[in-house]
Design a protein around this ligand. Sequence first.
Ligand SMILES: [Zn+2]
Length: 325
Amino acid sequence: MTFHKGGVVSPGKTIRVGEGFTVLPFRKESTEELVHRIADKLAPQIRRTFLQAIEALKEQVPVNQITELLEAGNLTAVLEALQGTADLTPIRQAIQDAVEQVAAPTAIGFGLTFDAVNERAIRWAREHSGRLITQVSNETQTAVADIISRSLREGTEPRRQARLIREIVGLTRRDAGAVDRFLQGAVDSGMLRTRAEQQAERMARRLLSRRATNIARSETIRAANMGSQLAWEAAQDAGLLPPQTFKVWIATEDSRTCPICAVLDGNVVRLGDSFNIEEEATSFDIDGSTITVAGTRPLRRPTTELQPPAHPACRCSTGIVTQPT
Ligand SMILES: [Zn+2]
């Protein structure tokens, strides 16, 4: 058995897994509770460090510098300047803390030492925070390229472009596009340019704040769940978990509102494998306290993940199950 489809969501701590599987309890606090506790504790820290890093990056690239580069027609240099060398160590540290604070008690629950998982936690946090930072930076670059190409078509003054570019640092391409369109629309409808720019700036700030919250939620859930994954892998390597160890996707109680995880709930894969995230529920059958997924449709962009989250604001976790011998 590698995959169990059409999961049944059970609110509370009960989960249904394939016949013959047992969920192994190792601590008083369940994995799910630990993952949520650590994620909630560290989310504000990740949010803060993300916003500080973006602020620092903005400070490194003053409007004058962007204006000069745009005037010189050196667009590559604009993008390079925004690639930034801001100190992102605090983000990596916060992610590492989240991994470790789940990995350590889980490893210790198996009789392992903290050292047995520490190196894995550090390595994962370094690689993952690197990927996250690259992703944020790439998105800023694409958004800036969009603005530059639109400005070229419409002949927007370099200084105005520069101000907008600086404003949208750290936003997703979509949000940056929304700010740009808002500003153009306001000016076109006759609003005073300075007033329109002020409003666009406020909008950008609001969107950045929302993005920081989203990143903090997703990344702490991801890091905390990876903490379980790394500890279980360490336990398996040490012979404390059988080679035939599986993990089960556990949707949170609020999965009534989460059509993707309602389908994933109860799915079982090998410890080292990824879950296939490819369908979302289109309808539920609510019977007492259980929800049965009655219909699904394929996701536009299916992915695979070693651990939750499956989507933004996902609050899922996993548990391990072993086949009885
Ligand atoms: Zn979820």
